[in-house]
Structures are given as structure tokens and as C-alpha cells.
Design a protein around this ligand. Structure first.
Ligand code: TXA
Ligand code: MG
Length: 342
């Protein structure tokens, strides 16, 4: 299949009506959002949703997030919207927060990965919301990467993974946040974060009080253990190169890398570190002093790691406060939970 590319400047671009038509007719289109690019299809059309799994090579039990352009579209997708859910939506939508509730009959099991719940979010990106409006239906959209690869934060990376497999890519420029939305389930009591993102635990607590963080956010889950979010059990975000995280000060990190005795090593480090590591190949994932910049860079950096030509890459350990938890969560999966404390 030929994958059409529509480069769009803003939500007023005329080609968005064509894109809406493709989606209405059951096609697959990669769209920009503020977090990462999504691979969109009509969330209410079982056949369309199934095509998403095929294009990504995604296991069929891993549910999709449904994207809406207005809060009024939410009620039809769920059994009920509890007051805390509405408070959160009013506080953080449109934005990088996904809320899981019991699903309505309207949402096919193909979209919910066979679960009786559905994850919904309203993206902040105006082009994304305009595309939902043009399609006239809510859009199921997982990250637009091949399953297991880093999520794409620009159209080029979508193209690398999806060219020939989907109908179109809408190139709306670079994603501002860089990591996927915070996923919060309100089906459990207290509500629980299944995936950390730019809407932090503290921000959620400010609105609804008690919030837990699922153990799988930090820890490796055994293959046969049940998980709240199927996405957490799959290998994720992994470059082809082996990544090992080194936890400690910069000096301890540098000593470890120098002493490792490995021949062809690379460093996945902060901007402040790079010039002090000039004897090694480096890829920078943001500033140590600026966790937002780390979120913005982490997936691109993970894709760049494979271009370094290193055998093994040693990564600096990020501060895990606020959005830093989201950065850590992606990095630790890329490193297959391999952390060395120095
Ligand atoms: O920012 C984002 O959320 C991006 C953009 C495109 O919106 N989308 C995204 O989708 O990251 P995806 O499919 O790559 O990640 C969705 C995650 C998966 O880990 C999935 O298992 C979990 O959310 N999830 C979705 N629906 C769920 C449900 N009903 N119950 C538990 N976990 C769910
Ligand atoms: Mg994903």
C-alpha cells in the first residue's frame, strides 16, 4: 500500500478533511499529538481497530486508547463517568492524561483488547482534535511505532516504522511533550497510575486526593504475573543496542564506564555531561537540570542509540520526581530493567 504524507501547518489545513474521510472509511492514519504520534483508526469499528494491531505487530490483548475532541463525546463510550473522573477531565483535558473506566457496548472488544474497560483521552494538539472532528468518530490510537520500538515523536520515525503499512501520515511537526500520556485507572479504589506521564502523580492528587502508583511502573513483572495494564508486560521502547543504566553521581558513572573494560561503549547522558565524556560516543537525552527536556528527548535518543555503532550503551539515571518518573519508566524498559548502582 502507498502511504500518503500530508504535511500540515495547523488545524486549518485543507487536507485534514481528506484525512477525516480516510478514517471514516475504516483506514489507518498516523496523526500528531502533543505526546507522541498516534496510529489512528475509527475506535467504534472492529475491523478498523484490528488493522492497527496488524500494522504495529501488536499483541491483540493490549488495549488501545480512544481519543475524543470534546468531553461531551466521553459519556457514550463508558458505563458511567464518576465525579472524580469529571473533575480530572475539567482540570487536565485537553492534555496528556488518559482515564480508564468501565466501557459501554459501543466500544468493540477489539479496541479494548478484550477488557471490559476503556481508556479515553482528549489530546491537546489542535491538529489531532480537528482530525477527530473531521472523522466524526472517536479514534483509537496507540503510539505509531512498530510494537516494541521507541514511540515516534516526529513524522520521520513514523515513516521508518509504518511506510507501506498504513494509508497516510499527517506530519504536524515535532511532539512537544515527547513521552506518552499518563494512564490512570478509576476502576480501582484508590485510583492508580498504570503509566506515568506529563500529568504527574502530584497533579492528580491535587484534584482527587489519594492516588497509587502501580508496582509495574518501577519493577519488572514476571511473565506469568497478572498486570493491570497489558502494555506493561511487553518489552518496550528497546533499541537494538544493549542499554545498561548506571545509578550514581556523574563522577561514579564516568569511573564505571572507564573501568568497564568494554571496548566499544557509548554513553546515553545529559547535556551537562557530554563534553566531559569526549573519549566516548555520546547521545544526549536532555539536561540534567531540566526533566521536561529529558521527556522531550528520551525516545529520539533511544532511536539514535542504534546509530552510534556501540556494542553497549551506559545510561545516566534520571531524577524520578514529577515528570522524571515518566522518563525513568521508559528508560528502564529500554534497558530491560538492567540497573547497576555505583
Ligand atoms: O500519549 C498517548 O497516550 C499516546 C498518544 C498517541 O495518544 N498513545 C499511546 O497508546 O501511548 P499506546 O497504545 O501505545 O499505550 C496505551 C497504554 C498501553 O500500555 C495499554 O496497555 C494501556 O495504555 N491501556 C489502554 N487501555 C487500557 C485498559 N482498558 N486497561 C488497562 N490498560 C490500558
Ligand atoms: Mg505504545
Amino acid at each position: 500500500m502507498e502511504t500518503k504524507i500530508y504535511k500540515v501547518k495547523d488545524e486549518n489545513d485543507e487536507s485534514l478533511s481528506l484525512v477525516g474521510k480516510i478514517l471514516k472509511d475504516g483506514g489507518l492514519v498516523a496523526i500528531p499529538t502533543e505526546t507522541v504520534y498516534g496510529l489512528a483508526a475509527n475506535a467504534l469499528d472492529e475491523k478498523a481497530a484490528e488493522k492497527i494491531y496488524a500494522a504495529k505487530g501488536r499483541p491483540s490483548d493490549n488495549p488501545l486508547i480512544v481519543h475524543i475532541s470534546d468531553i461531551s463525546q466521553w459519556a457514550a463510550l463508558v458505563e458511567e463517568i464518576p465525579p472524580e473522573a469529571m473533575k480530572l477531565a475539567k482540570a487536565y483535558w485537553p492534555g496528556p492524561m488518559t482515564i480508564i473506566l468501565k466501557k459501554s457496548h459501543l466500544v468493540p472488544l477489539a479496541t479494548s483488547g478484550g477488557l471490559d474497560t476503556v481508556a479515553v483521552r482528549m489530546p491537546e494538539n489542535r491538529i489531532a482534535r480537528k482530525i477527530i472532528d473531521m472523522a466524526g468518530v472517536p479514534l483509537a490510537a496507540p503510539s505509531a511505532n512498530t510494537s516494541g520500538r521507541p514511540s515516534p515523536t516526529c513524522a520521520k520515525y513514523v515513516y521508518d516504522d509504518m511506510n507501506g503499512k498504513i494509508d497516510a501520515i499527517v506530519d504536524g511537526g515535532e511532539c512537544s511533550v515527547g513521552v506518552e500520556s499518563t494512564v490512570l485507572t478509576l476502576v480501582t479504589n484508590p485510583p492508580r497510575i498504570l503509566r506515568p506521564g506529563a500529568v504527574t502523580c502530584e497533579m492528580l492528587k491535587d484534584v482527587i486526593g489519594e492516588v497509587e502508583i502501580d508496582r509495574a511502573v518501577y519493577d519488572k513483572i514476571a511473565k506469568d504475573e497478572p498486570v493491570a495494564s497489558p502494555g506493561m508486560k511487553y518489552k518496550h521502547y528497546a533499541p537494538k543496542t544493549e542499554v545498561v543504566i548506571i545509578k550514581g553521581t556523574f563522577e561514579a558513572y564516568k569511573n564505571y564506564v572507564q573501568a568497564s573494560g568494554e571496548k566499544n561503549v557509548g554513553c546515553l547522558c545529559f547535556k551537562e555531561d557530554a563534553e566531559k565524556l569526549s573519549e566516548f560516543k555520546t547521545v544526549v537525552y536532555g539536561k540534567e537540570s531540566d526533566p521536561q527536556s529529558q521527556a522531550h528527548r528520551i525516545f529520539d535518543a533511544l532511536r539514535e542509540v542504534d546509530g552510534m555503532g556501540a556494542q553497549k550503551v551506559f545510561a545516566r539515571f534520571p531524577d524520578i520526581d514529577g515528570i522524571g518518573l515518566a522518563v525513568f519508566n521508559r528508560l528502564v524498559r529500554a534497558a530491560a530493567f538492567n540497573i547497576i548502582e555505583v
